[in-house]
Write a protein that binds this ligand. Structure first.
Ligand SMILES: C[S@@+](CC[C@H](N)C(=O)[O-])C[C@H]1O[C@@H](n2cnc3c(N)ncnc32)[C@H](O)[C@@H]1O
Length: 170
């Protein structure tokens, strides 16, 4: 895919659009991206198979509770920042319905590849490789923005929070 404004080329893979220029992966972001690329399979097993059983569903109920707080309506367009293996995505799809769209962004391609298993070719989920501190979206284009468990390792934490506010409708 070629951008007509910056004239750069971006990779589009089977289920992920890669909008991450290499210069936006540095410091802690590079270190943790490499960690999550290596650990994606274990993370998937832990969060999608083991933790839901061992917490008797409490972890899933907690995620549902966070999503409920966003007051998402059917047909909304929502963003899950640092979506990882997509553990929040089913709860978001449940809210927006087939008329809405769920975007998931993450630095790690290894993690994003597992989201395909969760969404099973749902057409209204768009996965993008991007840095949370440099979101490739226009101002105010999402009805809701969610982030769960990742900002503690981000290289540019304050910028990431500003970016989440910037892309959310006021
Ligand atoms: C602990 S996992 C959380 C995943 C998911 N939100 C969840 O609740 O299961 C942290 C995720 O943040 C991603 N990540 C780390 N730094 C990032 C950054 N600067 N931008 C986007 N994603 C990032 C990692 O690749 C990893 O998938």
């Amino acid at each position: 895919m070629r951008c007509t404004i910056c004239n750069r080329s971006y990779r589009v893979m089977e289920s992920v659009i890669d909008l991450l220029p290499e210069e936006l992966v540095f410091g802690n972001d590079r270190k943790w991206m490499e960690f999550y690329d290596r650990s994606a399979s274990s993370y998937f097993k832990l969060f999608h198979r083991i933790i839901p059983v061992f917490t008797l569903g409490a972890e899933g109920r907690a995620r549902k509770g966070w999503v409920d707080l966003l007051e998402i309506k059917r047909g909304d367009t929502v963003l899950d920042v640092a979506t990882g293996t997509g553990r929040n995505i089913p709860y978001l799809i449940n809210k927006v319905g087939s008329e809405g769209v769920v975007y998931g962004i993450d630095l790690s391609l290894g993690m994003l590849r597992y989201v395909a298993e969760v969404i099973r070719k749902k057409r209204n989920v768009i996965l993008i490789r991007a840095n949370a501190s440099h979101l490739p979206f226009r101002d105010g284009c999402f009805d809701a923005v969610l982030h769960v468990g990742g900002i503690n390792t981000f290289e540019e934490k304050e910028l990431a929070i500003k970016e989440m506010f910037r892309v959310a409708k006021s």
